[in-house]
Design a protein around this ligand. Structure first.
Ligand code: OOG
Ligand code: NI
Length: 456
Protein backbone atom coordinates (compact mmCIF):
# COMPACT_ATOMS: atom_id res chain seq x y z
CA UNK A 1 0.00 0.00 0.00
CA UNK A 2 1.41 3.37 -0.91
CA UNK A 3 1.31 6.21 1.61
CA UNK A 4 -1.44 8.74 1.08
CA UNK A 5 -0.25 12.15 -0.07
CA UNK A 6 -0.63 15.23 2.14
CA UNK A 7 -3.18 17.83 1.16
CA UNK A 8 -1.41 21.09 0.35
CA UNK A 9 -1.79 23.71 3.13
CA UNK A 10 -3.14 26.09 0.46
CA UNK A 11 -6.04 23.75 -0.26
CA UNK A 12 -6.74 23.29 3.45
CA UNK A 13 -6.91 27.10 3.73
CA UNK A 14 -9.23 27.25 0.72
CA UNK A 15 -11.55 24.68 2.31
CA UNK A 16 -11.41 26.41 5.67
CA UNK A 17 -12.22 29.82 4.19
CA UNK A 18 -15.26 28.33 2.46
CA UNK A 19 -16.40 26.53 5.62
CA UNK A 20 -16.01 29.74 7.65
CA UNK A 21 -18.02 31.70 5.11
CA UNK A 22 -20.81 29.08 5.12
CA UNK A 23 -20.93 29.10 8.92
CA UNK A 24 -21.02 32.90 9.11
CA UNK A 25 -23.66 33.18 6.41
CA UNK A 26 -25.87 30.83 8.39
CA UNK A 27 -25.30 32.68 11.67
CA UNK A 28 -25.44 36.26 10.36
CA UNK A 29 -28.00 36.60 7.55
CA UNK A 30 -26.87 40.19 6.81
CA UNK A 31 -23.52 38.78 5.71
CA UNK A 32 -25.36 36.78 3.05
CA UNK A 33 -27.14 39.93 1.88
CA UNK A 34 -23.85 41.81 1.70
CA UNK A 35 -22.19 38.99 -0.26
CA UNK A 36 -24.98 39.14 -2.84
CA UNK A 37 -24.68 42.90 -3.15
CA UNK A 38 -20.90 42.64 -3.61
CA UNK A 39 -21.22 39.87 -6.21
CA UNK A 40 -23.78 41.87 -8.19
CA UNK A 41 -21.64 45.03 -8.04
CA UNK A 42 -18.53 43.14 -9.14
CA UNK A 43 -20.40 41.65 -12.11
CA UNK A 44 -21.60 45.10 -13.17
CA UNK A 45 -18.16 46.68 -12.83
CA UNK A 46 -16.59 43.93 -14.95
CA UNK A 47 -19.25 44.42 -17.63
CA UNK A 48 -19.04 48.21 -17.67
CA UNK A 49 -15.29 48.59 -17.34
CA UNK A 50 -13.49 46.16 -19.65
CA UNK A 51 -10.08 47.59 -18.69
CA UNK A 52 -10.59 46.44 -15.10
CA UNK A 53 -11.66 42.99 -16.33
CA UNK A 54 -8.56 42.85 -18.55
CA UNK A 55 -6.27 43.81 -15.72
CA UNK A 56 -7.76 41.24 -13.33
CA UNK A 57 -7.43 38.57 -16.03
CA UNK A 58 -3.73 39.37 -16.56
CA UNK A 59 -2.89 39.15 -12.87
CA UNK A 60 -5.11 36.12 -12.25
CA UNK A 61 -7.04 38.03 -9.56
CA UNK A 62 -10.26 37.37 -11.44
CA UNK A 63 -10.02 33.72 -10.37
CA UNK A 64 -9.71 34.50 -6.68
CA UNK A 65 -12.16 37.42 -6.51
CA UNK A 66 -15.26 35.45 -5.53
CA UNK A 67 -13.52 33.54 -2.79
CA UNK A 68 -11.60 36.54 -1.48
CA UNK A 69 -12.37 37.56 2.10
CA UNK A 70 -10.79 38.39 5.41
CA UNK A 71 -11.98 37.74 8.94
CA UNK A 72 -11.06 39.13 12.35
CA UNK A 73 -10.72 37.67 15.83
CA UNK A 74 -9.46 38.82 19.23
CA UNK A 75 -7.73 36.59 21.76
CA UNK A 76 -6.92 37.05 25.43
CA UNK A 77 -3.63 35.32 26.23
CA UNK A 78 -0.17 34.67 24.85
CA UNK A 79 -0.83 30.93 24.89
CA UNK A 80 -3.97 31.37 22.80
CA UNK A 81 -2.11 33.49 20.27
CA UNK A 82 0.80 31.06 20.04
CA UNK A 83 -1.49 28.09 19.45
CA UNK A 84 -3.45 30.06 16.87
CA UNK A 85 -0.18 30.68 15.02
CA UNK A 86 0.35 26.90 14.91
CA UNK A 87 -3.24 26.30 13.79
CA UNK A 88 -2.94 28.84 10.98
CA UNK A 89 0.44 27.39 9.95
CA UNK A 90 -1.31 24.10 9.13
CA UNK A 91 -3.17 26.13 6.48
CA UNK A 92 -0.06 27.88 5.20
CA UNK A 93 -0.83 31.16 6.99
CA UNK A 94 1.97 33.19 8.57
CA UNK A 95 1.80 36.28 10.79
CA UNK A 96 2.46 39.29 8.55
CA UNK A 97 2.88 42.82 9.91
CA UNK A 98 2.43 44.35 13.36
CA UNK A 99 -0.41 46.77 14.11
CA UNK A 100 -0.59 48.92 17.23
CA UNK A 101 -4.15 50.02 17.98
CA UNK A 102 -3.51 51.90 21.23
CA UNK A 103 -3.32 55.36 19.58
CA UNK A 104 -6.99 54.82 18.75
CA UNK A 105 -7.83 53.89 22.31
CA UNK A 106 -8.21 50.16 21.65
CA UNK A 107 -6.12 48.04 24.08
CA UNK A 108 -4.85 45.47 21.54
CA UNK A 109 -2.04 44.85 19.15
CA UNK A 110 -2.44 42.70 16.08
CA UNK A 111 -1.05 40.84 13.09
CA UNK A 112 -2.58 39.37 9.94
CA UNK A 113 -2.29 35.65 9.30
CA UNK A 114 -2.11 35.04 5.57
CA UNK A 115 -0.34 33.18 2.78
CA UNK A 116 2.91 34.85 1.76
CA UNK A 117 3.78 33.66 -1.75
CA UNK A 118 1.89 34.88 -4.84
CA UNK A 119 1.18 31.29 -5.97
CA UNK A 120 -0.28 30.42 -2.57
CA UNK A 121 -2.32 33.66 -2.49
CA UNK A 122 -3.71 32.70 -5.86
CA UNK A 123 -5.12 29.43 -4.44
CA UNK A 124 -6.67 31.25 -1.49
CA UNK A 125 -6.02 34.83 -0.33
CA UNK A 126 -7.91 34.23 2.95
CA UNK A 127 -6.55 36.39 5.80
CA UNK A 128 -7.39 36.77 9.46
CA UNK A 129 -6.73 40.03 11.33
CA UNK A 130 -5.81 38.73 14.79
CA UNK A 131 -5.65 40.93 17.88
CA UNK A 132 -4.23 40.18 21.30
CA UNK A 133 -5.80 41.93 24.28
CA UNK A 134 -3.22 43.89 26.30
CA UNK A 135 -4.27 43.08 29.82
CA UNK A 136 -1.40 45.17 31.18
CA UNK A 137 -3.28 48.24 29.97
CA UNK A 138 -6.23 47.57 32.27
CA UNK A 139 -5.65 50.05 35.05
CA UNK A 140 -8.02 48.65 37.63
CA UNK A 141 -5.98 45.86 39.20
CA UNK A 142 -8.93 43.84 40.45
CA UNK A 143 -10.53 43.86 36.99
CA UNK A 144 -7.22 42.84 35.46
CA UNK A 145 -6.85 39.94 37.86
CA UNK A 146 -10.42 38.87 37.32
CA UNK A 147 -9.95 38.93 33.52
CA UNK A 148 -6.77 36.89 33.85
CA UNK A 149 -8.42 34.28 36.02
CA UNK A 150 -11.35 33.88 33.62
CA UNK A 151 -9.06 33.57 30.60
CA UNK A 152 -6.85 31.08 32.36
CA UNK A 153 -9.74 28.67 32.76
CA UNK A 154 -10.85 28.48 29.15
CA UNK A 155 -9.55 26.36 26.34
CA UNK A 156 -10.43 27.78 22.94
CA UNK A 157 -9.35 24.73 20.90
CA UNK A 158 -10.96 21.30 20.75
CA UNK A 159 -8.83 18.36 21.88
CA UNK A 160 -8.97 16.95 18.37
CA UNK A 161 -7.84 20.25 16.82
CA UNK A 162 -4.78 20.22 19.09
CA UNK A 163 -4.04 16.61 18.13
CA UNK A 164 -4.30 17.39 14.44
CA UNK A 165 -2.02 20.45 14.76
CA UNK A 166 0.57 18.22 16.40
CA UNK A 167 0.05 15.54 13.79
CA UNK A 168 0.64 18.07 10.98
CA UNK A 169 3.76 19.38 12.70
CA UNK A 170 5.24 15.94 13.35
CA UNK A 171 4.28 14.20 10.11
CA UNK A 172 4.82 17.26 7.91
CA UNK A 173 1.21 17.52 6.77
CA UNK A 174 -2.31 16.08 6.86
CA UNK A 175 -3.83 13.47 4.55
CA UNK A 176 -7.26 14.12 3.08
CA UNK A 177 -9.42 12.66 5.83
CA UNK A 178 -7.37 14.42 8.52
CA UNK A 179 -7.55 17.71 6.64
CA UNK A 180 -11.31 17.41 6.46
CA UNK A 181 -11.50 16.75 10.19
CA UNK A 182 -9.07 19.61 10.86
CA UNK A 183 -11.30 22.11 9.04
CA UNK A 184 -14.34 21.07 11.12
CA UNK A 185 -12.38 21.13 14.37
CA UNK A 186 -10.68 24.46 13.66
CA UNK A 187 -14.05 26.00 12.85
CA UNK A 188 -15.21 25.35 16.43
CA UNK A 189 -12.71 27.88 17.79
CA UNK A 190 -14.36 30.68 15.79
CA UNK A 191 -18.00 29.82 16.45
CA UNK A 192 -20.40 32.18 18.22
CA UNK A 193 -21.66 31.11 21.68
CA UNK A 194 -25.01 32.18 23.03
CA UNK A 195 -23.92 31.72 26.60
CA UNK A 196 -21.24 33.73 28.37
CA UNK A 197 -18.71 32.42 30.89
CA UNK A 198 -19.38 35.22 33.41
CA UNK A 199 -22.38 36.60 35.28
CA UNK A 200 -24.30 39.65 34.08
CA UNK A 201 -22.67 41.80 36.76
CA UNK A 202 -19.17 40.60 35.89
CA UNK A 203 -19.87 41.33 32.23
CA UNK A 204 -20.86 44.88 33.19
CA UNK A 205 -17.63 45.34 35.16
CA UNK A 206 -15.52 44.18 32.21
CA UNK A 207 -17.52 46.24 29.76
CA UNK A 208 -17.19 49.35 31.91
CA UNK A 209 -13.39 49.09 31.57
CA UNK A 210 -13.67 48.74 27.80
CA UNK A 211 -16.27 47.04 25.64
CA UNK A 212 -13.54 45.15 23.90
CA UNK A 213 -12.37 43.61 27.15
CA UNK A 214 -15.84 42.17 27.75
CA UNK A 215 -15.91 40.83 24.20
CA UNK A 216 -12.65 38.96 24.63
CA UNK A 217 -12.98 37.80 28.22
CA UNK A 218 -16.65 36.92 28.71
CA UNK A 219 -16.96 34.19 26.09
CA UNK A 220 -15.78 30.63 25.45
CA UNK A 221 -13.74 31.53 22.44
CA UNK A 222 -12.65 34.16 19.90
CA UNK A 223 -15.80 34.26 17.77
CA UNK A 224 -15.14 35.53 14.28
CA UNK A 225 -16.44 39.11 14.45
CA UNK A 226 -16.71 39.83 10.72
CA UNK A 227 -15.96 38.36 7.32
CA UNK A 228 -15.23 40.83 4.58
CA UNK A 229 -15.76 40.22 0.87
CA UNK A 230 -13.73 42.16 -1.71
CA UNK A 231 -15.58 44.52 -4.01
CA UNK A 232 -14.37 46.20 -7.18
CA UNK A 233 -16.23 49.44 -6.37
CA UNK A 234 -16.75 50.28 -2.73
CA UNK A 235 -18.54 53.59 -3.42
CA UNK A 236 -21.32 51.77 -5.24
CA UNK A 237 -21.72 49.26 -2.42
CA UNK A 238 -21.62 52.03 0.23
CA UNK A 239 -24.39 53.89 -1.62
CA UNK A 240 -26.47 50.73 -2.09
CA UNK A 241 -26.20 49.42 1.47
CA UNK A 242 -29.08 51.52 2.92
CA UNK A 243 -31.37 50.26 0.14
CA UNK A 244 -30.77 46.76 1.50
CA UNK A 245 -31.50 47.72 5.10
CA UNK A 246 -27.81 48.04 6.03
CA UNK A 247 -26.47 51.27 7.53
CA UNK A 248 -22.78 51.83 6.73
CA UNK A 249 -20.36 53.83 8.87
CA UNK A 250 -20.10 57.53 8.07
CA UNK A 251 -16.88 57.48 6.02
CA UNK A 252 -14.93 54.99 3.94
CA UNK A 253 -11.56 54.32 5.57
CA UNK A 254 -8.34 54.49 3.58
CA UNK A 255 -7.45 56.54 0.50
CA UNK A 256 -10.10 58.51 -1.43
CA UNK A 257 -11.62 57.27 -4.68
CA UNK A 258 -9.07 57.28 -7.52
CA UNK A 259 -8.62 56.12 -11.11
CA UNK A 260 -5.86 53.77 -9.94
CA UNK A 261 -6.85 52.31 -6.57
CA UNK A 262 -4.10 52.04 -3.96
CA UNK A 263 -3.87 50.07 -0.71
CA UNK A 264 -7.22 49.38 0.84
CA UNK A 265 -10.57 51.13 1.22
CA UNK A 266 -13.03 49.76 3.77
CA UNK A 267 -16.45 50.41 5.18
CA UNK A 268 -18.46 48.54 7.79
CA UNK A 269 -21.85 48.44 9.45
CA UNK A 270 -22.74 47.94 13.09
CA UNK A 271 -24.03 44.59 14.18
CA UNK A 272 -27.28 44.16 16.00
CA UNK A 273 -27.39 43.31 19.67
CA UNK A 274 -27.46 39.55 20.06
CA UNK A 275 -29.15 37.69 22.93
CA UNK A 276 -26.78 36.18 25.49
CA UNK A 277 -27.32 34.08 28.60
CA UNK A 278 -24.97 35.01 31.43
CA UNK A 279 -24.03 32.37 33.97
CA UNK A 280 -26.59 33.61 36.48
CA UNK A 281 -29.38 33.42 33.93
CA UNK A 282 -31.13 30.33 32.66
CA UNK A 283 -32.47 32.07 29.59
CA UNK A 284 -30.87 34.43 27.13
CA UNK A 285 -31.87 37.66 28.80
CA UNK A 286 -28.70 39.69 28.32
CA UNK A 287 -27.22 40.92 25.08
CA UNK A 288 -23.87 41.62 23.47
CA UNK A 289 -22.94 43.13 20.14
CA UNK A 290 -19.71 42.07 18.53
CA UNK A 291 -20.41 40.78 15.08
CA UNK A 292 -20.55 43.26 12.25
CA UNK A 293 -20.19 43.43 8.51
CA UNK A 294 -17.49 45.00 6.39
CA UNK A 295 -16.53 45.32 2.74
CA UNK A 296 -13.26 46.29 1.17
CA UNK A 297 -11.73 47.33 -2.12
CA UNK A 298 -8.09 46.49 -2.71
CA UNK A 299 -5.60 48.43 -4.81
CA UNK A 300 -1.88 48.57 -5.43
CA UNK A 301 0.65 47.73 -2.71
CA UNK A 302 2.85 50.77 -2.05
CA UNK A 303 6.61 50.86 -1.69
CA UNK A 304 8.07 52.44 1.48
CA UNK A 305 8.23 55.72 -0.46
CA UNK A 306 4.60 55.43 -1.57
CA UNK A 307 3.49 54.46 1.91
CA UNK A 308 5.28 57.44 3.44
CA UNK A 309 3.47 59.71 1.00
CA UNK A 310 0.14 58.02 1.81
CA UNK A 311 0.70 58.43 5.56
CA UNK A 312 1.70 62.06 5.17
CA UNK A 313 -1.37 62.97 3.10
CA UNK A 314 -3.73 61.02 5.36
CA UNK A 315 -2.34 62.70 8.47
CA UNK A 316 -2.51 66.12 6.85
CA UNK A 317 -6.18 65.64 5.96
CA UNK A 318 -7.02 64.32 9.43
CA UNK A 319 -5.08 67.06 11.19
CA UNK A 320 -6.91 69.67 9.20
CA UNK A 321 -10.24 68.04 10.07
CA UNK A 322 -9.19 68.28 13.72
CA UNK A 323 -11.38 65.43 15.04
CA UNK A 324 -12.27 61.83 14.26
CA UNK A 325 -14.31 61.56 11.05
CA UNK A 326 -18.00 61.17 11.91
CA UNK A 327 -21.50 61.60 10.52
CA UNK A 328 -21.46 65.38 10.97
CA UNK A 329 -18.07 66.10 9.33
CA UNK A 330 -18.08 63.32 6.69
CA UNK A 331 -18.53 65.67 3.70
CA UNK A 332 -15.71 67.93 4.86
CA UNK A 333 -13.48 64.92 5.54
CA UNK A 334 -14.05 63.56 2.02
CA UNK A 335 -13.32 66.96 0.49
CA UNK A 336 -10.10 67.31 2.53
CA UNK A 337 -9.00 63.82 1.53
CA UNK A 338 -9.50 64.47 -2.20
CA UNK A 339 -7.73 67.81 -1.88
CA UNK A 340 -4.67 66.40 -0.11
CA UNK A 341 -4.46 63.25 -2.21
CA UNK A 342 -4.35 65.23 -5.47
CA UNK A 343 -0.62 65.21 -4.72
CA UNK A 344 -0.48 61.41 -5.15
CA UNK A 345 0.07 60.52 -8.86
CA UNK A 346 -3.03 58.79 -10.18
CA UNK A 347 -1.72 56.84 -13.15
CA UNK A 348 0.03 53.49 -13.30
CA UNK A 349 2.93 54.96 -15.24
CA UNK A 350 3.27 57.80 -12.77
CA UNK A 351 3.29 55.46 -9.78
CA UNK A 352 5.74 53.13 -11.48
CA UNK A 353 8.15 55.80 -12.66
CA UNK A 354 8.22 57.43 -9.24
CA UNK A 355 8.54 54.03 -7.56
CA UNK A 356 5.48 54.59 -5.38
CA UNK A 357 3.86 51.18 -5.95
CA UNK A 358 4.96 47.59 -6.49
CA UNK A 359 4.29 45.97 -9.83
CA UNK A 360 4.22 42.52 -11.32
CA UNK A 361 5.67 42.11 -14.77
CA UNK A 362 4.26 39.72 -17.35
CA UNK A 363 5.53 38.59 -20.76
CA UNK A 364 2.95 39.63 -23.39
CA UNK A 365 1.82 37.68 -26.48
CA UNK A 366 4.21 39.86 -28.46
CA UNK A 367 6.99 39.01 -26.03
CA UNK A 368 6.28 35.30 -26.33
CA UNK A 369 6.30 35.53 -30.14
CA UNK A 370 9.56 37.48 -30.13
CA UNK A 371 11.33 34.67 -28.30
CA UNK A 372 14.29 35.03 -25.97
CA UNK A 373 14.86 38.39 -24.32
CA UNK A 374 18.64 38.32 -24.78
CA UNK A 375 20.30 41.33 -23.20
CA UNK A 376 17.28 43.67 -23.39
CA UNK A 377 16.55 45.54 -20.18
CA UNK A 378 13.19 45.56 -18.46
CA UNK A 379 12.51 49.13 -19.56
CA UNK A 380 13.31 48.26 -23.19
CA UNK A 381 11.02 45.24 -23.06
CA UNK A 382 8.25 47.41 -21.62
CA UNK A 383 8.74 50.03 -24.30
CA UNK A 384 8.60 47.39 -27.03
CA UNK A 385 5.40 45.93 -25.56
CA UNK A 386 7.09 42.60 -24.95
CA UNK A 387 6.50 42.90 -21.22
CA UNK A 388 3.68 44.65 -19.37
CA UNK A 389 3.40 45.87 -15.80
CA UNK A 390 0.35 45.39 -13.57
CA UNK A 391 0.07 46.76 -10.03
CA UNK A 392 0.65 44.22 -7.28
CA UNK A 393 -2.43 43.95 -5.10
CA UNK A 394 -2.16 45.01 -1.44
CA UNK A 395 -2.71 41.96 0.77
CA UNK A 396 -2.53 43.60 4.20
CA UNK A 397 -4.33 46.05 6.47
CA UNK A 398 -3.93 49.69 7.57
CA UNK A 399 -3.64 50.67 11.23
CA UNK A 400 -5.60 53.94 11.02
CA UNK A 401 -8.36 52.22 9.04
CA UNK A 402 -8.44 49.27 11.44
CA UNK A 403 -8.82 51.74 14.30
CA UNK A 404 -11.79 53.35 12.52
CA UNK A 405 -13.37 49.93 11.99
CA UNK A 406 -12.87 48.95 15.63
CA UNK A 407 -14.36 52.24 16.79
CA UNK A 408 -17.42 52.25 14.60
CA UNK A 409 -18.17 48.77 15.84
CA UNK A 410 -17.42 49.36 19.52
CA UNK A 411 -19.12 52.74 19.71
CA UNK A 412 -17.46 56.08 20.30
CA UNK A 413 -17.71 55.62 24.07
CA UNK A 414 -14.87 53.13 23.74
CA UNK A 415 -12.19 55.78 23.31
CA UNK A 416 -9.70 55.50 26.11
CA UNK A 417 -6.34 57.19 26.29
CA UNK A 418 -3.39 54.86 26.87
CA UNK A 419 -0.02 56.09 28.01
CA UNK A 420 1.78 53.09 26.58
CA UNK A 421 2.02 52.40 22.87
CA UNK A 422 3.44 49.88 20.44
CA UNK A 423 5.25 46.91 21.89
CA UNK A 424 6.14 44.68 18.99
CA UNK A 425 8.60 42.72 21.03
CA UNK A 426 6.01 41.72 23.63
CA UNK A 427 3.65 40.73 20.84
CA UNK A 428 6.24 38.54 19.18
CA UNK A 429 7.20 36.94 22.48
CA UNK A 430 3.53 36.03 22.97
CA UNK A 431 3.28 34.80 19.40
CA UNK A 432 6.35 32.63 19.82
CA UNK A 433 7.96 33.92 16.63
CA UNK A 434 8.61 37.14 14.76
CA UNK A 435 6.15 38.75 12.38
CA UNK A 436 7.03 39.00 8.70
CA UNK A 437 7.68 42.38 7.09
CA UNK A 438 5.00 42.78 4.42
CA UNK A 439 7.11 45.16 2.33
CA UNK A 440 9.80 42.51 1.91
CA UNK A 441 7.14 40.12 0.59
CA UNK A 442 5.95 42.57 -2.08
CA UNK A 443 9.51 43.34 -3.10
CA UNK A 444 10.19 39.61 -3.50
CA UNK A 445 7.10 39.03 -5.64
CA UNK A 446 8.06 41.96 -7.85
CA UNK A 447 11.63 40.67 -8.13
CA UNK A 448 10.50 37.14 -9.05
CA UNK A 449 8.25 38.50 -11.79
CA UNK A 450 11.08 40.58 -13.26
CA UNK A 451 13.39 37.60 -13.17
CA UNK A 452 10.85 35.52 -15.08
CA UNK A 453 10.45 38.19 -17.74
CA UNK A 454 14.19 38.57 -18.24
CA UNK A 455 14.89 34.88 -18.45
CA UNK A 456 11.95 33.64 -20.47
C1 OOG B 1 -10.60 44.13 13.76
C2 OOG B 1 -10.79 45.48 13.12
C3 OOG B 1 -9.83 45.72 11.97
C4 OOG B 1 -9.80 45.65 9.41
O1 OOG B 1 -10.26 45.15 8.38
O2 OOG B 1 -9.02 46.61 9.39
C5 OOG B 1 -10.23 45.08 10.70
C6 OOG B 1 -11.57 43.84 14.87
O3 OOG B 1 -12.55 44.57 15.04
O4 OOG B 1 -11.33 42.83 15.56
O5 OOG B 1 -10.92 44.11 10.64
NI1 NI C 1 -11.82 43.81 8.78
Amino acid sequence: MTAQPFVSPDLIRQRFSKAMSDMYREEVPLYGALMELVEKTNREVLERQPQIARQLHSTGEIERLDMERHGAIRVGTAAELATLARLFAVMGMQPVGYYDLTPAGVPVHSTAFRAVHEDALQVSPFRVFTSLLRLELIEDLSVREFAESVLEKRSIFTERALQLIERAENAGGLVDIEAEDFVLQALETFRWHHSATVSAAQYQTLSAQHRLIADVVAFKGPHINHLTPRTLDIDIVQAQMPLHGITPKAVIEGPPRRQCPILLRQTSFKALDEPIAFTDQTQTRGSHSARFGEIEQRGAALTPKGRALYDRLLNAARDELGEFPNEANAARYNALMSQHFSEFPDSLDGMREQKLAYFRYFVTEKGLAAGRTGTASLEELLRDGRVKAEPLVYEDFLPVSAAGIFQSNLGDAAQTHYGEHANRQAFETALGRSTIDELALYAETQRRSIEKCLSH
